[in-house]
Design a protein around this ligand. Structure first.
Ligand SMILES: [Zn+2]
Length: 549
């Protein structure tokens, strides 16, 4: 009787290519042992690449062999490529194991007398052939994919949000898959710059998309999502950006916005040291002379005075000698004035509230569906009770029967009402959201004033298109982003809305008027087609995400 241990290995790409699943390997080894009267003591299962032997399970296996020296005759593996993908490594390991009395062999590619000269030769030839084959496949693959890339077809492993597909000529391309919307949402969230990286990762983990910091970063800089292929990235000359044949998940505009935010964030991270409770505008205020960020600094009224008083300034510390220095309080007061102008008129307020309601209903779709069902069941019970009473009054049913059935209805109804109560903070939550939302867009300056420094920065980051420039005792034109310009009276475009009340307005108000709770917004707000609505939508999202709420 011989004693053996088994070794199984998969790595995800292999499995897809060869269908060499764990269960197949395991069955093959077990079958072999059964037919050849071999006792299988243990099976090690590896999920690791076969490039070398520095694999966690294989190291355990070696340890096991050491501990049970002299008791194991065979190491059984399904096929040679499960053992190693490298001839030299494989042969060295085989020799090493032979020294401790263990023969390596392959149940689906059995080699008779594996340790004889002939056996060694066969084994060697097989490894070499397999290696050649792999190299050849690799080369053909990469040449094919290079040609495809030049033609605008991405044939490599699709990044998250895409899947493989065929074009009309039956050639491989990629197309958005079922998580494409989530990817898009992530870009939108990032563009709005109100989440920290940690919050963003955790939000999307909860939504079922786990990303590491580096995969997030790779994703956000992958222009494939905007429908383009960057030939430089694939080292294909000429180093052009070409339009891909695949459908974009996000617009180029959004992609570029994300790159701007990303660059900004990186510089801001570097400058966190100078961030200070007294300088909420640091990172936003630019020097009117040189355009560099102004830096917060302070001075005091000298050592002689009993009570030390500090003065805070924003100043330009660039080497260009701009000599720009503003008292922080003055700048803050003026910003307050500036922000108090951001008050939308009644029309925009109404529109905004409508959008909030719509968002809220989409957000609470499941809860609302259940509530609706409960309501209709309660209604049904009321009807049944009514007709039961009618029958009783008309002497069509006995009193006992009436009482029994009626009691059942009452019990059922109170159970439903209890359930409804548990779910039914719907209106309260909505009221809270609307009050908050309205308060916020009408009193943005107050909200800003009462925020922590960190939140102030986030608020500013979400309303400003770029930095603030202060000169001659006032802000130069403040560039709010489109959402804010639109909601406030600052954007001339909004007047067109007011006067025209065109299609978009009609669609939105209709959907709001609908008492139904169907998830309407993807259809209603085809926001890519109208950047104005897109921005408005962003603004609504912004409210939902504020830590205050
Ligand atoms: Zn300057």
């Amino acid at each position: 009787m011989k004693y053996a241990i088994g070794y199984l290995r998969v790595s995800t790409p292999d499995q897809k290519k060869y269908g060499n699943s764990l269960s197949t390997q395991k069955n093959n080894i077990e079958d072999f042992c059964f037919k050849n009267n071999i006792t299988l003591l243990k099976i090690f299962t590896e999920d690791f690449s076969g490039a070398d032997f520095d694999r966690p399970e294989f190291l355990k296996l070696l340890n096991y062999l050491k501990q049970n020296k002299g008791e194991i005759d065979l190491l059984l593996i399904d096929r040679q490529d499960r053992f190693s993908r490298n001839t030299e490594h494989a042969l060295t390991m085989t020799r090493k194991l032979k020294k401790v009395g263990v023969e390596v062999n392959f149940v689906s590619e059995w080699i008779e007398n594996v340790n004889s000269q002939e056996g060694k030769l066969i084994s060697n030839i097989r490894y070499t052939l397999a290696e050649l084959e792999r190299d050849k496949i690799k080369k053909i693959c990469s040449m094919g994919s290079r040609t495809a890339l030049k033609e605008g077809r991405y044939t490599k492993t699709p990044p998250r949000g895409f899947k493989r597909s065929k074009n009309q000529f039956n050639k491989t391309i990629i197309e958005p898959n079922e998580v494409a919307n989530l990817v898009k949402e992530l870009f939108v969230d990032y563009a709005f710059n109100i989440y920290s990286q940690k919050e963003l990762l955790s939000k999307y983990r909860k939504k079922g998309m786990s990303l590491s910091k580096s995969s997030l970063s790779r994703m956000l800089t992958n222009i494939l999502y905007a429908g383009f292929i960057d030939l430089k990235k694939h080292d294909i000359e000429p180093y052009n950006l070409i339009k891909g044949e695949h459908k974009a998940i996000i617009s180029l505009e959004l992609y570029q916005k994300v790159q701007r935010v990303k660059d900004n964030r990186n510089t801001k991270l570097k400058n966190t040291k100078i961030e200070n409770e007294n300088f909420p505008l640091s990172g936003f205020l630019k020097c009117p002379c040189c355009g560099e960020n102004l830096t917060g600094s302070n001075s005091n009224n000298g050592n002689k005075k009993k009570i030390k008083k500090y003065y805070f300034y924003y100043e330009c510390k660039s080497k260009k000698g701009c000599k720009i220095r503003y008292t922080a309080n003055d700048v803050h007061d003026l910003l307050d004035k500036e922000l108090s102008k951001l008050r939308p008129n009644k029309y925009i307020q109404k529109l905004f509230i409508d959008l909030l309601i719509e968002e809220y209903e989409n957000f609470n779709y499941e809860r609302l569906t259940i509530l609706k069902q409960i309501d209709s069941r309660i209604l049904k019970i009321n009807e049944l009770r009514f007709s039961l009473t009618e029958k009783f009054v008309a002497n069509l049913i006995e009193e006992d029967y009436f009482k029994e059935i009626n009691r059942k209805y009452v019990v059922n109804k109170s159970r439903l009402e209890r359930e409804k109560n548990e779910l039914g903070t719907y209106q309260k939550d909505l009221d809270k959201l609307l009050t908050f939302g309205l308060n916020m867009i009408c009193n943005f300056n107050l909200l800003f004033k009462n925020s922590t420094n960190q939140l102030k920065k986030r608020l500013l980051g979400s309303i400003l298109e770029d930095g603030l420039i202060f000169s001659n005792n006032n802000f130069r034109t403040v560039n709010y982003n489109r959402a804010v310009s639109l909601i406030s009276k600052l954007d001339k475009g909004y007047k067109q809305f007011e006067n025209k009340k065109g299609d978009n307005y009609k669609i939105v108000s209709q959907s709001v008027l609908k008492v139904g709770i169907e998830p309407t917004h993807p259809k209603v707000l085809d926001f890519e087609s109208s950047s104005k609505w897109f921005n408005m939508y962003l603004f609504v999202l912004f409210f939902k995400q504020l830590p205050l709420f």
